[in-house]
Design a protein around this ligand. Structure first.
Ligand code: TYD
Length: 207
């Protein structure tokens, strides 16, 4: 049986990393072969593009930014995602196409339809089996990100309007595709977010 692609989405500071680690344990305890990957990154080419796109010392135009994320994604899909899924592994992926729709399509104002088209090319139409959207108030997410020791990366230095637009776009995407995209309240305690996520995957886990 092919594996499943589960993506985790949300604003910076929404708790994706914590949820991903918890879910990985749950999947493995349930006897599934499971791997956790992140975007941008996961394979060497994409990790190098990650360093480039996050560097606060660089000025990157919106279109170039969209293309860099798409290039990192194309390599991850070809080198890691398709082989893992074909081998029956469940892949938990911290960010995927919806991040580009929200950040570049909404946040940068390039348009969701345009970014979707670019990503269809990049991924050859690979679509997640389920997407867990950690919904957080942009101000709360920002406050949580600010508490990290490593400081802000290039995108995190953006202002409030950018993150408000991203949050609004995520909400629109979730409303348009309620079967694939499940909304989790990221304001809850981590254990509650994890159990909500497991419930949102129950049908896939029992199949
Ligand atoms: P990362 O450190 O992974 O952020 P987080 O751990 O908070 O998810 O950095 C990824 C940054 O890149 C994050 O600010 C979101 C942004 N991003 C995009 O703008 N578009 C994309 O397609 C992806 C995958 C990420």
């Amino acid at each position: 049986m092919p594996g499943r692609l589960i993506t985790i989405e949300g604003l910076d500071g929404s708790g994706k990393t914590t949820l991903a680690a918890g879910l990985l344990d749950v999947l493995r305890a349930a006897g599934r072969a499971a791997e956790l990957l992140r975007e941008p990154g996961g394979v060497e080419v994409s990790e190098r593009l990650r360093a480039l796109v996050k560097d606060p010392a660089l000025t990157v135009g919106a279109r170039a930014e969209a293309l860099i994320y798409a290039a990192a994604r194309a390599q991850l899909v070809e080198e890691a995602l398709r082989p893992l899924l074909a081998g029956g592994t469940w892949v938990l992926l911290d960010r995927f196409v919806d991040s580009s729709l929200a950040y570049q399509g909404g946040g940068r104002g390039l348009g969701v339809a345009e970014i979707a088209e670019l990503n269809r090319f990049a991924t050859r139409d690979l679509t997640p089996d389920r997407t867990l959207y950690l919904r957080v108030d942009p101000a709360v997410g920002r406050e949580r990100t600010g508490r990290r020791l490593e400081g802000f990366d290039r995108l995190e230095l953006e202002g409030r309007a950018f993150f408000d637009a991203i949050a609004a776009t995520y909400d629109e995407l979730a409303a348009a595709e309620p079967q694939r995209i499940r909304v989790l309240d990221a304001g809850q305690a981590p254990e509650a977010v994890l159990s909500g996520a497991v419930a949102a995957l129950a049908d896939l886990l029992s199949a």
